[in-house]
Design a protein around this ligand. Structure first.
Ligand code: PLP
Length: 436
């Protein structure tokens, strides 16, 4: 493709230091397999599957072909009062791999939209059950639930919140689950399940009957792979059940095999009431988000309205866009045919051993890991995040992409990465870390 990049000024880039970037841009011009290629001809190993969305690697022809054919056949159908086959096909395929009884799928266009949709589904459910007084939501410190107003309100990252004072009222945060005493723990920490009792305390403080839903990432991803302590998610489930609160798992990163199971819900054996997903649903090839809904919640909302009426006044112009559904179906077919999630599970030990081989480097404050994801946390130098931001840039020029948030880098290789690719990622990381 020919693009004019004579000026970089007009594009206001998201979550980017625009002035700094434009002085020394890192422009990716191609992706293939587990590699990116930059505008100077450099080859960069993708250590974070893009932004955790490309487990099948880049440049998959089957997906591109499906999108191309779909756009020629039927480029756009309004999703309100009309349907197209791909939406029903994809919903069935996703419902097949979500835990039972989560058999209804609502489509959005991003993780952020999935989160705001889940908030509204929770409100709608309680309202039709005569519990419209459940107006509060609980989430957690160090959570990332996207950037729309609902998700910003639920999130627990100060930089994402302090500028935006007009967020949703009525959101209460539990403590996060990271404990410095557990630094370098591999997998789930043995202790810390009692942190779930924060939810019980909140119920005792504001009344459990005023809370609509509790949102958590089963593994907090963006803030550095915070793995839930053993028993923590189970305890949250018990407290939610005791108070009639819906439990929402935000599986935008953990969904589609990242934990070695289709969803973290299955990996940890805890079934939520709603589950948000995005990213790997289309292998990152088309924007898409989705919400899996328990049958009882769907049926309660649907059956409360007259049969010829709209039951939920919510949706997006691009909900279940045909091109996104075509990408999604192509991707789910590959996941099924290649046993992608089982293969990912089979790679976990190799990847985790490689990651934890970095333990002992002076510059590291912690390593955390579960499934095909893990975090390295740098000891900060200067302002928090300054080192991480610089380190991510330096890594790129060394030939490795790793997504950093503050001083935490999250390593999440594509499932098509070979052992040699993983060795190369960890080798490049080690070299760079040794120079800090
Ligand atoms: N929820 C979680 C857990 C995420 O990790 C993200 C993005 O990284 C989002 C929501 C927001 O997704 P999006 O950037 O597609 O809006």
């Amino acid at each position: 493709m020919e693009y004019n990049t004579n000026s970089l000024e007009e594009n206001w880039m998201p979550f980017t230091g625009n002035r700094d970037f434009k002085k020394s841009p890192r422009i990716v011009v191609r992706g293939e397999g587990v590699h990116y290629y930059d505008h100077k001809g450099g080859k960069i190993l993708d250590g974070s599957s893009g932004l955790f969305c490309c487990p099948l690697g880049h440049g998959r022809k089957e997906i591109a072909q499906a999108v191309y054919e779909q756009l020629l056949e039927n480029d756009y159908t309004p999703p309100f009062q009309l349907g197209h086959p791909g939406a029903f096909d994809l919903a069935q395929r996703v419902a097949r791999i979500t835990p039972d009884p989560m058999n209804h799928i609502f489509f959005a266009n991003s993780g952020s939209e999935a989160i705001d949709t889940a908030l509204k589904i929770a409100m709608a459910y309680h309202r039709v059950k005569g519990q419209g007084h459940r107006t509060r939501f609980v989430s957690r410190e160090r959570a990332y639930h996207g950037v729309n107003i609902g998700g910003t309100s639920l999130s627990g990252m100060v930089k994402n919140r302090e500028t935006f004072s007009g967020t949703m009222p009525g959101v209460v945060h539990m403590r996060h689950t990271w404990d410095p005493k557990q630094a370098f723990t591999r997998g789930q920490p043995e202790t810390g399940a009692d942190l779930a009792d924060d939810l019980q305390r909140i119920c005792e403080n504001v009344g459990g009957s005023t809370i609509a839903a509790c949102f958590v990432e089963p593994i907090a991803g963006s803030t550095g792979c915070l793995v839930p302590p053993k028993g923590y998610l189970e305890r949250l489930r018990e407290i939610c059940d005791a108070h009639g609160i819906l439990l929402v798992f935000d599986e935008v990163i953990t969904g589609f095999g990242r934990t070695g199971a289709p969803f973290a819900a299955q990996a940890f054996g805890v079934t939520p009431d709603l589950m948000t997903m995005a990213k790997a649903i289309t292998n990152g090839c088309q924007p898409m988000g989705a919400i899996a809904v328990k049958d009882e919640i769907y049926e309660t909302i649907i059956n409360a309205a007259p049969e010829n009426a709209i039951e939920l006044f919510h949706g997006y112009t691009y909900s279940s866009h045909p091109a996104a559904c075509a990408a999604g179906v192509a991707v789910q077919k590959i996941y099924e045919a290649d046993n992608t999630f089982e293969k990912a599970a089979g790679m976990v030990d190799y990847f985790q051993n490689a990651l934890y081989s970095l333990e002992g480097l002076d510059c590291l404050a912690d390593i955390r890991g579960y499934g095909m994801m893990g975090a390295i946390e740098l000891k900060p130098k200067g302002n928090p995040g300054a080192l991480g931001t610089q380190f991510q840039k330096d890594l790129f020029w060394r030939g490795l992409h790793v997504k950093f948030t503050g001083d935490c880098g999250v390593v999440a290789p594509a499932f098509v990465a070979s052992e040699a690719d993983i060795d190369a990622m960890i080798g490049l990381l080690r070299e760079a870390l040794e120079e800090i």
